[in-house]
Design a protein around this ligand. Structure first.
Ligand code: PRT
Ligand code: ZN
Length: 283
């Protein structure tokens, strides 16, 4: 039985569960104990605080886990990073009061910086040759400059609005982060087999994100023009319609490009354009 550690609540919880569900793992939401078994797959789910996931995986209490890369890099436990999962995206950045002039990393020489990520920050400043005082605090890092606790902060940034609300500006991005699948080094062959199945399912799900499936009816003489607008992934799927002289083209397109492609297809006489959601893309 493979044990997967997940965040019990918080930013990564819902998307981690959705990923497992999309991968075909039956999770009973009404029966969510600390440890619960999937209904149809040889895995059990262990719900934890995100801070505890790298340690739990490194010592083998859980075999794999889903956690932010920031936590993995900060806690330095011995785990393998198996896969980037592409959600929970954020960055770890340095920020200073917005009215100060920023002169580069040397700005921080001799200054105090508040953070919950002291190890990552220490490594960054060692590489830059900057000597500063790192003050580790557990939460509400962003208020530190206003209350005189620090000259700057090093924290997670996503939209940037928390920094703005606190009169701060982002001056250096130190690392990007997203949710990652981590594993205990040296899993046995049987468990590795289950992990490989899960990872290939995750890959199909991740690949289909942000993509749409398009079906377009087009007269045969316009097929080449249509394929220039919606190129096929390998070879185009073309199906003849009952109406002679017309065909249907199937294609996968980026969601952000759908409307542009619809407009261009209509201009060349395409009809009955269908745009559908994609769940999985298995190559
Ligand atoms: O209870 P538990 O310990 O499990 O959870 P937690 O409170 O420690 O973590 P949680 O749920 O807040 O975040 C879990 C993970 O989500 C983090 O480790 C990151 O990998 C990822 N993540 C993605 C974020 C954000 N985006 C994010 N915006 N984690 C935190 N934030 C916070 C940030 O700390 C700051 O206060 O949101 C604020 C900034 O957001 P913006 O949009 O205003 O820039
Ligand atoms: Zn936490």
């Amino acid at each position: 039985m493979l044990r997967i550690a997940l965040q019990s609540k918080g930013r990564l919880n819902e998307k981690s569960l959705a990923l497992l569900r999309d991968a075909g793992i039956g999770i009973d939401e009404n029966n969510r104990r600390l440890l619960s078994q999937a209904s149809n797959f040889p895995v059990e789910l262990l719900y934890l605080r995100d801070d505890d996931i790298p340690k739990t995986v490194s010592c083998g209490i859980a075999d794999i886990g889903i956690v932010g890369l920031n936590e993995v890099m900060e806690r330095k436990f011995d785990v393998d990073i198996l896969q980037h999962l592409g959600f929970g995206k954020c960055r770890l950045s340095l920020a200073i009061p917005k009215n100060l002039d920023y002169t580069g990393p040397q700005f921080f020489e001799g200054r105090k910086i508040a953070t919950s990520y002291p190890r990552i920050l220490k490594k960054y400043f060692m590489e830059k040759g900057v000597d500063c005082e790192i003050r580790e605090i557990a939460g509400s890092v962003e208020i530190s400059p206003a209350i005189g606790l620090a000259d700057g902060i090093f924290d997670i940034v996503s939209s940037g609005s928390t920094l703005i609300q606190n009169g701060l500006k982002e001056v250096e991005k130190v690392m990007d982060s997203d949710a990652v699948l981590i594993g205990v080094p040296g899993l046995d062959e049987e468990k590795k087999g289950v992990v490989n199945i899960l990872m290939s399912r995750f890959t199909s799900i991740i690949r289909s994100r942000g993509k749409k499936y398009m079906l377009v009816n087009i007269s045969n003489e316009k097929i080449e023009d249509a394929l220039a607008i919606i190129p096929a992934m390998k070879s185009p799927t073309l199906l003849p319609l009952a109406d002679k002289g017309w065909s249907a083209i199937h294609s996968v397109v980026e969601e952000s490009e759908v409307w542009d492609k619809v407009d261009r297809l209509k201009k060349i006489g395409a009809e009955d354009i269908l745009v559908l959601s994609m769940e999985k893309l298995i190559l």
